[in-house]
Design a protein around this ligand. Sequence first.
Ligand code: MG
Length: 157
Amino acid sequence: MRIGSGYDVHRLVEGRKLILGGVDIPYEKGLLGHSDADVLVHAVMDALLGAAALGDIGKHFPDSDERYKNISSLLLLRDVSLLLKERGYTTINIDATIIAQRPKLSPYIEQMAKNMADVLEIPIGCINVKATTEEGLGFTGSGDGIAAQAVCLIAES
Ligand code: MG
C-alpha cells in the first residue's frame, strides 16, 4: 500500500463560480484559476499522483495549456484515475478537508464526495470530505482564499 498527500490553495475573487468537488455553490465570489479552480479536486488529484510517485498536477496539466482553460477539474481527476489504473493501482480510500471561512459547505459535502467517487469508480464509502473554518485567522479566515488538503491510500491490484 502507498500513501499520498495533496494540498492546494486558490484565491477567492468576484466574477467567478465557486466550484468545489464539482458542485456549483451559490456564493458572491469564486475561485480564481486556469481551470475551474476546484481546490478540493486539485488536492485529491495531487494526493493520488503523489501516492503513485507520478509528480503533481502542474506536471500533467500545465496552466499554460489552453486545453485546460476553465475545464471541469472532474475531467482532470478522471485522467489521473486512468493514469493510476494503467499502472495497476486501485484507490483504497481518500480523506479530504476544505478550509473555508464562508460559505457554509455542509449542504454540499455529500454531493462533492459522490461526484469524486463516481469519477474514480470507487464506492462512496471510500471517500470522505470534511470542511472547517479557520476561526477567522489567516487568508482562509479572512475569506481571501480557500485551501484544501487530502490524503489517500492506493494499492497495487
Ligand atoms: Mg489548484
